[in-house]
Design a protein around this ligand. Structure first.
Ligand SMILES: N[C@@H](CCC(=O)N[C@@H](CS)C(=O)NCC(=O)O)C(=O)O
Length: 225
C-alpha cells in the first residue's frame, strides 16, 4: 500500500484542495477515484469516512482522515518542511486563516448549495452575496489571502473563485458578480498566475460546466439562460 492515498473525485472542489496541498508540498500520492460519491458510495468510502460519508478522505499509512480543511492542516503539520507552509507560524495569523477558511465553507459554500440544490430563495442569495462582499473586504490591499504566497485560505477559496463561477452559470443564476466581486476574480487570476500547480490542475471549465448542468437538470431545476 502506498504511504499516501487520496480517495476523491476529479471534479470535487474539496478533493482538489487536498490534491493541491500535497502537490505544493511535493508529496507523492495515489489517487483513488470514488466513482459515484453521491448515490453509490464505495465500501472504502463508508469504511474510511463513516461519519460524513463524503470525499475527500486522506489515507496516510493506512490511517484515515476526513474533511478537507482538517486534512489541509494535517498535511501542513505532517510535512512541515517550510518550503510551502500553508498556515502562518504566528498564532494570531494562524487563527485568522482558520477563521476565513471556515467562513468560506460555512457561509459561501453552504448558502450556494441552498440556492442551487434546494429551491432558489432570495434569502440564501442575499446570504451568499453578503458573505462574498466580506471576502472582498478581506482581500483589500492583498494579492492573495495568504499575502504573497499561497496559503490555506487561498486553497480553501478556490471553490469560490472557480467552482461558484461555473455552478452559477450552470444554474443560470448570478451570486458571484464580475462587477461587485471583481476583487475575487482578480485574486483567482493572480492565484493561477503565481501558482502553476493550481492553474495546471484545475479541472477544465467546460467539463465542470457540463457536470453541473447535468446535476442541476437532474434535480429538476429550471435553467434561465
Ligand atoms: N466539508 C466537506 C465537504 C465534502 C463534500 O461535500 N464532498 C462531496 C463531494 S464535492 C461529497 O462527497 N458528497 C457526497 C454526499 O453529499 O453524499 C469537506 O470539506 O471535505
Amino acid at each position: 500500500m502506498s504511504e499516501v492515498e487520496v480517495l476523491g473525485g476529479p471534479l470535487s472542489p474539496f478533493s482538489f484542495r487536498v490534491e493541491i496541498a500535497l502537490k505544493l508540498k511535493g508529496i507523492q500520492y495515489d489517487f483513488i477515484q470514488e466513482e459515484d460519491y453521491r448515490f453509490n458510495k464505495s465500501p472504502l468510502l463508508l469504511k474510511y469516512n463513516p461519519v460524513h460519508k463524503k470525499i475527500p478522505v486522506l489515507l496516510h499509512n493506512g490511517k484515515s482522515l476526513a474533511e478537507s480543511l482538517i486534512i489541509l492542516e494535517y498535511i501542513d503539520e505532517t510535512w512541515d518542511n517550510n518550503t510551502a507552509p500553508l498556515l502562518p507560524k504566528d498564532p494570531y495569523q494562524r487563527a485568522q486563516a482558520r477563521f476565513w477558511a471556515k467562513f468560506i465553507d460555512e457561509k459561501c459554500v453552504a448558502a450556494t448549495r441552498k440556492i442551487l440544490y434546494a429551491e432558489e430563495s432570495e434569502k440564501a442569495r442575499d446570504e451568499v452575496q453578503g458573505a462574498l462582499n466580506l471576502l472582498v473586504d478581506e482581500l483589500n490591499g492583498k494579492t492573495l489571502f495568504g499575502g504573497e504566497s499561497v496559503g490555506l485560505v487561498d486553497i480553501a477559496a478556490i471553490v469560490v473563485g472557480y467552482w461558484i463561477d461555473v455552478i452559477q452559470e450552470a444554474a443560470g443564476l448570478e451570486v458571484l458578480s464580475r462587477e461587485k466581486h471583481a476583487k475575487i476574480y482578480e485574486w483567482m487570476e493572480a492565484l493561477m498566475s503565481k501558482c502553476s500547480v493550481i492553474k495546471e490542475n484545475l479541472p477544465p471549465r467546460d467539463k465542470l460546466l457540463a457536470y453541473y448542468q447535468a446535476r442541476i437538470i437532474g434535480k429538476g431545476t429550471i435553467i434561465h439562460h
